[in-house]
Design a protein around this ligand. Sequence first.
Ligand SMILES: O=C(CN1CCCCC1)Nc1ccc2c(c1)OCO2
Length: 316
Amino acid sequence: SNGNVTATPDGDDLQYLVPVQIGTPPQTLHLDFDTGSSDLWVFSSETDPSSSKGHSLYNPSTSTSSKKVDGASWNITYGDQSSSSGDVYTDVVTVGSLTVNSQAVESAQQVSAQFAQGNNDGLVGLAFSSINTVKPTPQKTWFDNIASTLDAPLFVADLRHETPGSYIFGAIPSAASNILYAPVDNSKGFWQFSTSSDTGGEFDAIADTGTTLILASDALVKSYYQKVQGAHLDALQGGYVFGCNTTLPDFKFAVGEGEITVPGSLINYAPAGNNECFGGIQPSGGLPFAIFGDIALKAAHVVFDSGKTQVGWAQK
Ligand SMILES: O=C(CN1CCCCC1)Nc1ccc2c(c1)OCO2
C-alpha cells in the first residue's frame, strides 16, 4: 500500500498542517508532521483548559477504540524551548488512507505558551523511534508502525511556498527526478547526513520538516549574509534582517555526488518590521549540526528512506 496526504502551510509557511483521524468514530485533528522528533502528541480533553482554546481536541473517553497505557507518561522540550507533557493512550490513527490500529497517542495535559497560541492541534513525530519520550516504555512512531505495510519503507516530503504540498508514504512520486542520496546517521535519532557548502565547509545537517528555517553555524550564516547588501544581525528582531526588496543569493549544499540549490527567493522569509525582512537562514545557537528546515525542504522532493537509512533530495 501507499498513501498521500495534503500538507497545508499556515501563515509565512511557519508550519505545515496535515489532517489526521484518531479514534472511533474518527476525530480529525490538524497535526504538524515533524521529522525532527518522534512523539505523536495531541491537544485533548485532558489539556489544561487555559491552554486548549481554539484547538481541536482528542477525547479518548468518546473513542470506543481507545485504551489507556497504564503508568505511561511523556514530556518533551524542543530546540526552540517549547514543551508539552501528559499521559498515553493507544487508538486507531489514520493518515490519508493508511491506518495504524494501535498507535500510541500521547495526550497533552500541559503545553507551553507557544503551542497554546499556535495553530496546530499537536505533532506527528517522524524521526527515529529511539528518541520517543514515553516512559517507562518508549513508543513507536506512526511511520514505524505503518512501514511494514507500505510498498517501500519510505516517505517523501513535498513542501511548497504558500500553497499546499503533500507527504507521500510508501512510494516516490514520478515528479521526483535525479534524486541525490546521502547515508543517514540515525545515532541521535535524527535524519542526519553529511553535507558541505561554499559558505560553511563540511558539516552535518538534519532534515527537519518541523523547523521553519535553515539554522546553521555562525560562520556559515555570517558568510552567507556578507553577500547581502545591507544585511545585519538585529538582536531585537532575533536574527539577520535586510531590506525587503534585496535580491538574495542562492544557498547551495552538497548531497552525495551532487548539489541542491535553495533559490534566494525562498530565503527572503518574511517582513520583520521597519521595511526590513527576516532571513530564512539564521544561526543555530551552537548546535553540532545544521537544521535544514522548511526553507531548504521547499526546494526539493525529500525522500526519507528508513529501509536503506538514507535521505534523498530531488531538485524542484
Ligand atoms: O524546535 C524546533 C522545531 N519544533 C518542532 C515542534 C514544534 C515546535 C518547534 N526547532 C528548533 C528551533 C530553534 C532551535 C532549534 C530547533 O535548535 C536550536 O534553536
